[in-house]
Design a binder for this molecule. Structure first.
Ligand code: PDD
Length: 285
């Protein structure tokens, strides 16, 4: 089956879909993106993703290329045309096409928009969750505005690759104060020995994950104690459990950090329970 992308107003076969070589997304990574989970053909927590998208665009002074209601239609249509039941929908907006010059185009240009969707194996995800993933730690080397979901992801690419090369799935950044900020494409969490779930505040140094925000509400609903504060890799190693959250992974248990097992080296009960319960608290559209 042909894969279909939405590119600047048209639904196209992925093989033919292309953007201009002077697109500022291509030349400067001057753009933003969102990734939403698709489940049963429906998009998970879309309003929150679109609110974050608007914020990211606002911070970079890129105009929203179409009304939100139209964008919702496009997202659904790309999911439908690709017959995605379980997977992800990806949305990217760049500042647009202009002759290469670092500063914004003097004459405003139309922002570029691309939407794709793809099927992910539900079984593979469940398999990874049943086994748990390994993480490595790497020094934080990203710009301070990681609150913007920008497509400039080179440090994230290198961190993820370092993880892969060390037989791990994710890399956790550690800031200059010795605290874990987040993963290269996920938020980082631990569960203390006395059962408190801990993650860093989203005020500074991390992306305010949508999964993170829904999970905080899930914790409240399940009456699980929650603490918003930073933690170090050594605290994580002494923790009962650790896990990461991201739209494409929901709650993914972490079983080792830098080659050392967490707890008994198997996925923790709280992480498993949160993974099971998560979608009771998310919104489907
Ligand atoms: N990544 N932190 C970073 C750096 C991320 O890239 C992501 C998401 C998250 C989790 O955010 P959310 O819960 O809203 O997905 C945290 C996406 C999935 C990606 O880049 O593919």
């Amino acid at each position: 089956m042909a894969r279909i992308a939405y590119v600047n107003g048209r639904y196209q076969d992925m093989r033919d879909a292309c953007v201009n070589i002077e697109d500022r997304g291509y030349q400067f990574a001057d753009g933003v993106y969102e990734v939403c989970e698709v489940r049963g053909g429906r998009i998970v927590d879309m309003p929150r993703h679109l609110a974050r998208l608007q914020r990211s665009l606002g911070e970079l002074r890129i105009a929203m290329p179409m009304p939100l209601s139209a964008l919702q239609v496009v997202l659904h249509e790309v999911v439908r045309r690709n017959r995605v039941s379980y997977g992800i929908v990806y949305l990217q907006i760049s500042r647009g096409v202009a002759r290469r010059d670092h500063a914004f185009p003097v004459k405003p240009v139309q922002p570029s928009i691309v939407v794709t969707a793809r099927t992910i194996s539900l079984a593979k995800g469940e398999d990874s969750a049943a086994r748990g993933i390994k993480v490595i730690t790497v020094p934080e080397n990203r710009w301070p505005r990681v609150d913007i979901k920008s497509i400039a992801l080179l440090p994230n690419v290198l961190a993820k690759q370092a993880a892969r090369e060390q037989g791990a799935y994710e890399a956790w950044y550690v800031d200059s104060d010795g605290f874990v900020t987040e993963g290269s494409s996920s938020n980082a969490w631990i569960v203390t020995q006395d059962g408190r779930v801990v993650t860093r505040s989203a005020e500074f140094g991390i992306l305010a994950g949508i999964t993170r925000s829904v999970l905080i509400e899930t914790l409240a609903a399940l009456q699980i104690r929650f603490e918003e504060r930073p933690f170090t890799p050594s605290e994580a190693l002494q923790a009962k459990e650790a896990f990461v959250t991201a739209s494409s992974q929901i709650v993914m248990p972490v079983v080792a950090i830098d080659g050392q097992a967490i707890g008994d080296g198997t996925p923790g009960n709280i992480a498993k329970r949160l993974r099971e319960q998560f979608h009771r608290f998310s919104a489907f559209s």
